[in-house]
Design a protein around this ligand. Structure first.
Ligand code: ABN
Length: 176
């Protein structure tokens, strides 16, 4: 037996003497349980927004408290209809901003495109209900007049954003 065989044998004997069968089985158990727990770790799941179902029903298209409601096609904010106001009226205690972001949404009832003004309601802290981020036609914020990801609480006494109303201001006659 050469010296390498002797060293290997000594090492193997040492490991065998120092490790019990119980700790070996325990190690396998830890590996199995640890592996099974990996799928439970938090991960980002696509399309996980509860407020924005992937497949809106016809009822959603007619419901102003749904992100799928046709006038909400380009919104980024909380629906005032879920915040003590309505789709057109700011909740009590808030003030409607006169400066807004304008989008265009198709009304499925008549197939026409309408110009929608997304007015922020201001003066109370964020409502927190029915957040929608549909963004049709939204542009980057470095072009503010075409961006909805902006606090439009301007020209009012408080700049604190609460929710957004959606007002029809006309029919779009030409595609932008
Ligand atoms: N226009 C709604 C909004 C308000 C504050 C911040 C981002 C977007």
């Amino acid at each position: 037996m050469n010296w390498l065989d002797q060293i290997t044998e000594n090492l193997t004997r040492k490991v065998a003497q120092e490790s019990s069968r119980r700790s070996f089985i325990g190690g396998i158990g830890t590996a199995l349980i640890g592996g099974a727990a990996i799928p439970l770790l938090p991960v980002a799941r696509a399309a996980g927004n509860h407020d924005q179902p992937a497949e809106p029903s016809d009822a959603d298209l007619d419901d102003p408290t749904s992100c799928a409601y046709w006038r909400n096609c380009s919104i980024d904010g909380f629906l005032c209809s879920c915040c003590g106001g309505s789709d057109k009226v700011c909740p009590p205690g808030t003030e409607q901003s006169p400066i807004t972001w304008i989008g265009t949404c198709k009304n499925p009832a008549d197939g026409k495109d309408y110009i929608i003004s997304y007015n922020d309601c201001c003066g109370k802290t964020s409502c927190g209900n029915c957040f929608c981020n549909t963004n049709l036609g939204d542009r980057p914020t470095y072009r503010p007049h075409t961006a909805n990801d902006i606090n439009w609480c301007l020209g009012v006494s408080s700049q604190t954003y609460h929710c957004t109303v959606t007002l029809v201001i006309g029919v779009a006659t030409k595609k932008a």
